[in-house]
Every structure is written in structure tokens, then in C-alpha cells.
Design a protein around this ligand. Structure first.
Ligand SMILES: *[C@@H]1O[C@H](CO)[C@@H](O)[C@H](O)[C@H]1NC(C)=O
Ligand SMILES: *[C@@H]1O[C@H](CO)[C@@H](O)[C@H](O)[C@H]1NC(C)=O
Ligand SMILES: *[C@@H]1O[C@H](CO)[C@@H](O)[C@H](O)[C@H]1NC(C)=O
Ligand SMILES: *[C@@H]1O[C@H](CO)[C@@H](O)[C@H](O)[C@H]1NC(C)=O
Length: 288
């Protein structure tokens, strides 16, 4: 009995906790105006594999800026919900930080039904490692009146996602995200809005164990309530710039050799394709 209650006590102690602080224009900000609104886990953020296409050819009207030789080093994967790049680390030198800058999706009508969505984020795991995923980014919603609203969020899958009410962000603004695993179960997230000079830092403890195997830079058509994918809007090209991951041994990994993920069942019918540019920059392009 005693042992059992001790076990329960330690299980309860090991629950995900987090705290936040913010800085704007170099000054500490009172974050009492920020609210972390939990959104129940809705299986929105695992990589759902739907095939591979390693021909290296790009589809659609946009041509890659890379040489064919470079393109061949980035095999294409197909996914039903992710578009972007996923890179892999070795188990002997796991991922510590993943970072980069990207624009909050600027949406336009694709489906004729509203609301329509587009999410962009950076994270650790969730591709080859499906047990957990630490991620942060922004979701833009396009409403029937043509107005868009964007909101920043973070999530440590399989825990809830937290929408960050009060974080200043609009469609088209530049964000820098840095997701760091200080261990398999502790992390740091920083989300900066470069247009507004605003940086939010979140310290996370006792999260679900990460593998620290995957580094992801993703545009997502996520699964909403009821396990159905939300209507995916068209969007202006989303550039991910200055992307890199650092490892626990201090090595830096770029995008060369990573999987370019297209959202769809085939390259020719994909609704979003990831186009390589160089070792630290690429863009996601809306198709169809
Ligand atoms: C994380 O998930 C666990 C297990 O479902 C739950 O007990 C806990 O309350 C969650 N914590 C947070 C901060 O969401
Ligand atoms: C968003 O896209 C619309 C066209 O669909 C364009 O008029 C507008 O300038 C874009 N906004 C930003 C911030 O890029
Ligand atoms: C990302 O955050 C970690 C932890 O705070 C920090 O050590 C690292 O320098 C950051 N990376 C970049 C590129 O800012
Ligand atoms: C692979 O990509 C090429 C070029 O875009 C295309 O012709 C082919 O149909 C694709 N195959 C699959 C299985 O998507």
C-alpha cells in the first residue's frame, strides 16, 4: 500500500507545467493580459504518411531555385496533413533546438465554405517519433466576411494545445520560433513577432518524453474536433527562413537531405508543396 501511494504521488508530481514571460521593444511586458486557452488534444499534429515520391520533380507553377542535383538530395514524402520539411537526427546526437522564421499564413478562399484555416509551426518530433511532439506556431482563420484572424499557440502532444490569447500577431507578419528540449521532458519555447518586436518565452517542465529525433518546419491542415480535417484555405507562399536545428553535442543540422513533405495523395494533386531553396531556406506553396 505504501509503495502504491508513493508511486501515485510521483506520477502526480510529474505533470506538465509551464510558465511564461514576455519582452517588447527590450522591456519586460506585464503578461497578465495574456491567456493560455487550452484546446483539448484533437490528434491534430502527427505526421500522417500517405506515400513517398522520390522523383524529386516539383509540381505546380513554382519552380525550385535549386539545381536538380540539390533537389535529388531532398526526397519527397506525401502526407495527408503536413506540408514542409522534416529533418532527422541520430540517436547518439539528439536534437536540442529547432528554429527558424516564417510568416503567419495569409489566406484566401479555396473551398467556398467558412471558416477556412492554415497553420504554420516549428517543432521537435511527431514524424518518425509519434509518441510526442513539442511545437509552436500560428493558425490563421479566414471567415466568410473575408476577415482573417491569427493566433499563436504551443502544444506538447499528447497534451492539450494552448492558444495564446493576447499575443500580437496578424496574417503576413514574421515570426521567429525556437523550440528547445533541454532534456527529453523539459523544454523552452520562444515565439517572437518580428514586426512588433514582441517575444514570448515559455518554460516547460515534466512534459511527455520526446525522442528528439525529428526537426520539423510545417504548414498544416490539422484535424479538428470529431477527427475531421478543417477546411484548408489557399495561402500566399510561406517562406521558412534561417532554419536550422542544433544537437545536444552542439552540431548544426540544416535542410539538406531532409524530407520535403507534400500535402496530398500524390505530387500532382497536392494542395501544398514544399520547395527547397538552400540549406536553411525553403517555402511552402499552395496548389490547386
Ligand atoms: C497533460 O496531460 C496529462 C495526461 O492526460 C494530464 O493529466 C495533465 O493535466 C495535462 N497537463 C496540462 C498542463 O495540460
Ligand atoms: C494577403 O493576401 C491578399 C490577397 O489575397 C493581399 O491583398 C494582401 O496584401 C496580403 N496581406 C499580406 C499581409 O501579405
Ligand atoms: C534557442 O533557444 C535556446 C534555449 O534558450 C538557446 O540556447 C539557443 O541559442 C536559441 N537559438 C537561437 C538560434 O536563438
Ligand atoms: C511523383 O512526382 C512526379 C512528378 O511530379 C509525378 O509525375 C508522379 O505522378 C508522382 N508520383 C506519385 C506517386 O505521386
Amino acid at each position: 500500500m505504501r509503495l502504491l501511494s508513493l508511486l501515485f504521488a510521483s506520477a502526480a508530481a510529474a505533470e506538465l507545467t509551464f510558465s511564461a514571460s514576455a519582452v517588447q521593444a527590450g522591456k519586460k511586458v506585464d503578461i497578465s493580459g495574456l491567456e493560455f486557452v487550452p484546446i483539448p488534444p484533437r490528434s491534430r499534429s502527427h505526421f500522417r504518411w500517405s506515400g513517398t515520391n522520390s522523383t524529386g520533380a516539383s509540381s505546380g507553377g513554382h519552380k525550385s531555385h535549386r539545381s536538380n542535383e540539390n533537389e535529388k538530395r531532398n526526397a519527397i514524402s506525401l502526407s495527408s496533413d503536413w506540408c514542409g520539411v522534416s529533418q532527422h537526427a541520430t540517436t547518439s546526437d539528439p536534437i536540442k533546438s529547432v528554429y527558424g522564421s516564417f510568416t503567419a499564413p495569409n489566406l484566401s478562399d479555396r473551398t467556398g465554405t467558412y471558416p477556412q484555416y492554415g497553420a504554420a509551426w516549428i517543432g521537435i518530433d511527431g514524424a518518425s517519433c509519434s509518441q510526442a511532439l513539442l511545437q509552436a506556431g500560428v493558425t490563421t482563420i479566414l471567415n466568410s466576411n473575408g476577415q482573417q484572424s491569427a493566433s499563436a499557440w504551443w502544444e506538447w502532444v499528447p497534451n492539450s494545445s494552448y492558444s495564446i490569447s493576447g499575443f500580437p500577431v496578424k496574417a503576413g507578419e514574421w515570426l521567429t520560433v525556437n523550440v528547445t528540449a533541454t532534456s527529453a521532458t523539459n523544454g523552452l519555447i520562444s515565439i517572437s513577432n518580428l514586426n512588433q518586436g514582441y517575444t514570448l518565452s515559455i518554460v516547460l517542465n515534466n512534459g511527455p518524453a520526446l525522442c528528439r529525433a525529428d526537426a520539423d518546419w510545417i504548414v498544416e491542415d490539422f484535424y479538428g474536433t470529431g477527427g475531421k480535417q478543417v477546411p484548408f484555405a489557399r495561402f500566399d507562399d510561406i517562406w521558412f527562413e534561417e532554419c536550422a536545428a542544433t544537437t545536444s553535442k552542439g552540431n548544426t543540422i540544416g535542410l539538406d537531405g531532409a524530407a520535403m513533405i507534400y500535402l496530398g495523395n500524390s505530387a500532382s494533386t497536392a494542395t501544398c508543396v514544399a520547395q527547397p531553396y538552400d540549406n536553411s531556406n525553403f517555402y511552402c506553396s499552395s496548389q490547386g
